[in-house]
Design a binder for this molecule. Sequence first.
Ligand SMILES: Cc1cc2nc3c(=O)[nH]c(=O)nc-3n(C[C@H](O)[C@H](O)[C@H](O)COP(=O)(O)OP(=O)(O)OC[C@H]3O[C@@H](n4cnc5c(N)ncnc54)[C@H](O)[C@@H]3O)c2cc1C
Length: 412
Amino acid sequence: MLKHDLTDEDFEPYFRTAQEVSQFFREIGPRYDAENTFAVPSIEAFKKSGLGALPVPKEFGGAGGSLLHASKVITELSRGDSAITLAYNMHYIMVGIAGGLMSEEQNKYWLGRVADGDLMFGPFSEQRAGFSGLADMKAVPQRDGGWRLYGKKTWGTLCEAADIITTNATITDAEGNLPEDFEARIAAESFFIGDFTVDADGNGDGLRIEKTWDALGMHATGTHTIHFDGYYVPADGFICQWRAGAFGVLEWASLMFASIYLGMQQRVLEEAVATLAKKRLGATFGAIVAADTEVAGVGHIIDGVGELASRVELSRRVLYRTCEEVISGRDADWPVELRFPYIGLAKTFIADNVLYMTRHAMSMVGGSSFRKGAIFERLYRDSAASMFQPLNADQSRTYIGQFLLQSARPQG
Ligand SMILES: Cc1cc2nc3c(=O)[nH]c(=O)nc-3n(C[C@H](O)[C@H](O)[C@H](O)COP(=O)(O)OP(=O)(O)OC[C@H]3O[C@@H](n4cnc5c(N)ncnc54)[C@H](O)[C@@H]3O)c2cc1C
């Protein structure tokens, strides 16, 4: 078990740094959203800030920040710019997941590199089926040890900045055949770590970046396709069997995603209040007939802003309380089958709320929010990404419903 023993007092300077970096992300964000490219200047700013080493335990050279500390930093960065932050969020997710599963020796090396400023990313999802699809990517054993990876991952967030890659692939026989038996295939799906070194065109030894990212929102994440064509992973790049390992540490994924969308909620509220507090309609003839209508005095606006704020506050409580329950081990009180979906509820709750909020903020601000370049149309587009990152709401409910119904079934 890794030690995350940073005190709240010692966390304060990290949070202040996050506020500064957040401000920088806020300034540069609109340009990279409009250009639909990775926010390259964010790399130096993030690396220089030292925030990437926050969750690395002290024994490996980091700060020893907890899940809650990481969550607070991501929330703050995301308030500045959610798309840029979603890229660095992959770093936090993979440091948490890999750090929780690697051996002492592996952690010393890889987390030691992270403490020195290296960035990690994690392309797992493939085109056929996202995160829950067993890896079609093959890890072909080599005569002299290690594996060569073949296949492609279609969601490579942060690939333009990362130094270290973590991914999953299924170990094949020497001829490259995937196990035919389903259980054997699950057992052969493995978690690997290695160097990610590519040139300015994205070409590396046995791997390459294909710049395919073109989506509704989250433009600055640089979520491109990663091709593996004989990428070599030495024996010590094997971490563990993927599914069995990952399910024990996936809180680092769902709670970090939740943090992204909590930061986005805070931004929606901030922008809605700033706009609605000063908006005047002048003389109106409609639901309100008046010589001069001040929007801040309209009933449904007052109520709506209050509602947005209530959703932010409830989401904050759900997320930070969930982090605290996981840190203190209270999650052990839940049936083990429900651990992952129950932790994931924070993310699905916040995703539902941010989607509602971006829509409602637009409806209150009015048609100007719909124009390109308006912060609200951007938040609306970016918030749609919250539907997809694991666990999604449908799958969470399926896990929970299945467990409850199966547990209550008559025996015999
Ligand atoms: C901006 C952005 C960045 C991303 N970055 C990364 C990244 O860096 N690395 C990465 O690995 N992934 C990344 N992803 C991918 C993401 O996490 C999902 O894996 C991806 O969206 C595809 O998975 P899906 O479940 O949405 O779709 P699909 O797997 O195609 O699912 C289609 C439908 O089937 C349902 N379904 C899927 N599996 C099951 C199941 N087992 N049981 C029941 N129902 C199921 C889904 O709920 C959905 O309704 C990113 C996504 C976004 C939007």
